[in-house]
Design a protein around this ligand. Sequence first.
Ligand SMILES: *Cc1c(COP(=O)(O)O)cnc(C)c1O
Length: 396
Amino acid sequence: MTKPRIYLSSPHMGGEELNYIHDAFEKNWIAPLGDNVNGFEEDLQRYTGREHAAVVTSGTAAVHLALMLCGVETGDEVICQSFTFAATANPIRYQGATPVFIDSEPETWNMDPELLEAAIDDRMKNWKKPKAIVVVHLYGMPAKIERILEIGEKYDIPVIEDAAEALGSSIDGRRCGTFGKLSVLSFNGNKIITTSGGGALLSDDEKLIKKARFLATQARDDAPHYQHSELGYNYRMSNIVAGIGRGQMKVLEERVEARRANHYFYFEELNGEWLECGIQNSEFRIQNSSKSGIYFLKEPENYKSNRWLTTVLVNPKETGGVTREDIRQALEEQNIESRPLWKPMHLQPLYEDAPHYGNGVSDALFEYGLCLPSGSNMTDYDRERVVSAIKKILNR
Ligand SMILES: *Cc1c(COP(=O)(O)O)cnc(C)c1O
């Protein structure tokens, strides 16, 4: 008999979600407004420390709204991290604008500030100033956001923070979701907390969030009849879905700690090595001779990652030829889901023609990297199954 499937990251309810949903039914607020919507927004403000939040149908919708609020239009260019999920970049195209992709630095795997500055200079020389910078905290690891904000300020370009994977992460105690002009969160089914589907847009500027709510509810002018002067969207979160979010907020801290514990478990059990700056120019560089050939990304000083997904880099030169794809297949044979790291946007057929400022780092991460099952609801037995399948193939 096949063993039950272990997923990469599956929903993990806390128990109070249904109370909020019952409440919505009792009050008959089965609509994209109501107590749960307001309550969830307040919870997010309180948790992150941001002044204002608007909950919407998805993280993708929140990115789209953020771009609109930065005035991105047809013909504009927007700087975007290349190493990310397509939902970070696609809304740039929704606006008829062109993404300009920036590669990663090796310490956090996020947007390289030096390449960012070089790219801005180059775009301004050859074309025009980019309208916005979209930076991501991938897999929960905070980007070098302070440096990126400085560059944004220097050139007067707004920074949009895609914190879809980083709720619960922080730098020096300051939470992801509070950096830049606008921040994006996601509550998709695979994220650290989920509402089945959903997202949020956060800012300290009340006017921006008010405008986001307006655009997200069909941009209705103030009139007794339906009057529209601007193009609107139907992006507001339902009061039912927001009820799930309120319940999930109660257990967020526990979820972060459980995911971090998974990460340390894998590190110990697989004889991991911390990788600090081991990737350069598409090459996998080793600082120490490794015990296992399995590398984990270290948190830079004062950085806290929620370790949304545990990622490993597999160096075939040290594993006796075993690649990340061999490990993925060995896990699949045991009915365990794992997945290569995100394929960078500059390698995607969809974005073949988009400008790209590269250094080979994200190419190497895609080639050598694997995401391991990381759900906060994994049992000890689940985690044992994962490591024993990996150990088996490594010793073969
Ligand atoms: C999940 C995700 C999104 C999009 O969020 P959805 O709620 O799925 O639309 C955007 N950016 C990143 C980095 C993500 O991981």
